[in-house]
Design a protein around this ligand. Structure first.
Ligand code: SF4
Ligand code: ZN
Ligand code: ZN
Length: 319
């Protein structure tokens, strides 16, 4: 931050007081110019990636955090004047103590403010257990996968299933630029480029009618800018971290990328560009895996049983 220097705290565009520095473009923007710039970039992400059609029925996966709050707010702005549009929010109560109460309360408040229908489902009701219970149980087992591996798969499946039941044609998620490039670098380091081939602004298209395609309107927006925008618009969101979020490897990757970007502004944008080039090459090289049907739940799977049912069986919760 170039604070203390009067000249540099003026907005580069309108000369009002600057509040946020965009180090990659050497600009300092005021609240209004930043909001306009941020919204324009999201509209561009939606337009050039063809994330939405006019008649899409979109369900926003609303966790109650800043990212999905901004997605819901922006999609509401983009679609509210189109009579064909349809926007709903889906929240999942994973059963994670106090943190979950705060995030669901924020999600509910935002939906109420915007007048968007809020659909709430829970792990307990759908799977018969909460994440707190999964963690209590799996932590006893040596070498068990981290909580996020369970939570991510179970949550994704439930959102897809409920979106399908609601008749949604797209699910919008809050993945931002930092999430995307962290995932890309993690795949690279792990030697798992088949996962990178499945990344992008829109995923899950053309695989199976059972998959509702997922779109990521914030994919070109750095996380700190999403946070700044959520605060400027005074959106309700839960700011504390999930108690189970300590995924050690992602933390290391995040720190490394943040440091590179601090020392070399613009690194994050370059990394996203490289990730996109890689996705294109990988998709051209490899045909998508054949999908079969899970013998337990009937959802699409890449083997005999889908990842979720396999996980449920492994943790012996399926009755
Ligand atoms: Fe689930 Fe991990 Fe996200 Fe927490 S941080 S909500 S455990 S995926
Ligand atoms: Zn300005
Ligand atoms: Zn299954």
């Amino acid at each position: 931050m170039k604070s203390g220097n009067k000249k540099t705290t003026k907005c580069s565009r309108c000369k009002k007081t600057g509040v946020i520095e965009l180090s990659y473009s050497k600009e300092f923007l005021c609240v209004n110019c930043f909001a306009e710039f941020f919204e324009k970039r999201i509209r561009k992400t939606v337009r050039i990636n063809r994330l939405l059609r006019g008649d899409d029925k979109t369900a926003v996966a609303l966790s109650g955090g800043k990212d999905s709050a901004v997605v819901l707010y922006m999609l509401h702005r983009l679609t509210k004047n189109d009579p064909r549009s349809y926007l709903r929010a889906i929240s999942i109560d994973q059963g994670m103590g106090k943190f979950q109460k705060g995030s669901l309360a924020a999600a509910k408040k935002l939906c109420k403010t915007l007048g968007v229908e809020h659909n709430l489902y829970s792990f307990r009701k759908e799977y018969g257990f909460s994440m707190d219970e999964v963690v209590r149980r799996t932590q006893k087992e040596e070498g068990s996968a981290p909580p996020c591996s369970f939570c991510g798969v179970l949550r994704r499946k439930l959102i897809n299933q409920k979106a399908r039941e609601l008749g949604a044609t797209k699910v919008a998620t809050g993945h931002n630029m930092d999430d995307e490039i962290q995932a890309g670098l993690m795949n690279y380091v792990r030697g798992d480029l088949s996962r990178t081939a499945r990344m992008g602004a829109i995923v899950g298209t053309g695989l199976s009618t059972m998959f509702v395609p997922r779109i990521k309107p914030l994919r070109n927006s750095p996380e700190n800018e999403v946070l700044a925008y959520a605060r400027i618009k005074e959106l309700p969101f839960e700011s504390s971290r999930c108690p189970y979020s300590a995924e050690a490897f992602r933390g290391t990757v995040r720190k490394a990328i943040d440091e590179m970007d601090r020392n070399h502004p613009g690194t994050k944008f370059q990394m996203l560009k490289s990730t996109d080039q890689l996705i294109k090459i990988l998709r051209e090289m490899e045909a998508p895996a054949e999908m079969t049907t899970c013998r337990v739940c009937g959802d699409p799977a890449s083997g005999d049983v889908c990842k979720c049912c396999d996980m449920l069986e492994k943790i012996e919760y399926r009755t």
